[in-house]
Structure formats: C-alpha cells, structure tokens
Design a protein around this ligand. Structure first.
Ligand SMILES: [Zn+2]
Length: 211
C-alpha cells in the first residue's frame, strides 16, 4: 500500500498545515522559490498520507525520528499516530512525496551538476558528462538513503546503474526523480499512486542503455 506523487509547484499552499518545526525550517530558506517548494512538498506529503489513511491532509502531523540516534529533530519523517512512513523532496518548481506502510524514500532533482564524489567509478565511466544520467543516479541514491538502504557518506560505493526492483524512476523536462519503498512486496506500482497524472510515466526506465 503506497501513494507516490510528483507535482509541479503552482498555486497557493496552506502553510497552516505545517508544524511549528517545519515552519521554522522553512524560515531558514533564503530564496522565495525554495520556501514555496518547501511548503508545497510538505503539503503534498500530507495529501499522500491522507489518501492512505482516509483522513484530511490538514490533520496529518509529520514528525521525525533518526534511525541512528533516535533524535527527533532530524531523521526520517513519519506520521504521528499512524503506522505510516513518508518521504518528501523538493527542487525549484517540482515536489515529490510518498507514503507507505514500510520505510520509503523519494527524491526529485533539477538535472544539473552532480559532483564526481557522488558516483562510483563504474557509474562515472558509464555516465560520462551526461547530466541526465548523472542526476538520476544521484537521485536514486538519495531515495535509497532516505529509505535507510544506502549511506549518504558512502555514495561512491554504491553502483545503482542496474535497476534494483525497489527503485522506480520518474522524469519530466529538465527534472528527474526516483523513489524506493523498502517493503517486501510493495514497490509502489503506479497503480497504487495518486492522482497527479504525472506518475503515469513514473515507472518507465529513464536511463537508456542501463546495463
Ligand atoms: Zn541522529
């Protein structure tokens, strides 16, 4: 059971849905487009969770818990009072969110510069200077890390060219994304996804020639 959504940032977002902690994190963002995308992503993740819970999005309370130290001011987000994992991501102009019964991770990125350090030697050889390939590989790693399946500090050790069955890709013009649902049988088929329409293409392989 999962809901996955990618959506453009457009229109008005009700920031009153955000917790005080989320609003203070938003306030630390300097640029208006980044603040808007932050709010949009936090609204979208509530919509995903609400769709699974049959609740109102504004009633969904998101909190954080670190898998390593148990700290509650950082770490993976979850829904308070429900056995539901969530993940969200924002880049300028696009947001993404997933809600699932098991740990999950999602990422959306503008196609652009990806530091060599984020990629393995084999990935660097394969992607070359292809910004789409490089950004998608990075996005897959971010999604894996958020799902607790990869170590952010060791991205160069992970080769994610081959499509792990748990990884799904998404792409739009100049933007790529990926999501991972760590559950045993649930890879977040588009059939399970929400209503943006953007997810219709979500499971298609983006990387032509993936080994
Ligand atoms: Zn921690």
């Amino acid at each position: 059971m999962s809901v996955v959504r990618f959506a453009p940032v457009e229109g008005e977002y009700d920031e009153r849905w955000l917790t005080a902690a989320e609003r203070s994190r938003r306030d630390r963002l300097v640029q208006t487009p980044d603040r808007t995308a932050f709010v949009a992503a936090h609204v979208l993740v509530r919509e995903c969770a609400a769709a699974l819970l049959d609740a109102e999005p504004r009633d969904v309370v998101i909190a954080h818990r670190c898998r390593d130290c148990g700290g509650e001011d950082h770490g993976a987000p979850y829904v308070v009072g429900a056995d539901l994992h969530v993940s969200l991501s924002h880049t300028r102009g696009w947001v993404a969110a997933v809600a699932a019964a098991t740990p999950c991770g999602i990422d959306v990125q503008e196609v652009g510069h990806v530091p060599d350090l984020a990629l393995s030697e084999a990935e660097l050889a394969w992607a070359g200077e292809d910004a789409v390939r490089r950004t998608l590989l990075w996005s897959r790693k971010e999604a894996l890390a958020k799902a607790g399946l990869a170590d952010v500090g060791a991205f160069w050790e992970h080769d994610v060219r081959a499509r792990d069955a748990r990884i799904r890709d998404w792409a739009d013009d100049g933007v790529v994304g990926a999501w991972v649902i760590a559950g045993p049988d649930d890879t977040g088929d588009p059939d399970d996804t929400g209503d943006t329409g953007d997810t219709e293409d979500a499971a298609g392989p983006v990387l032509g020639g993936t080994p």
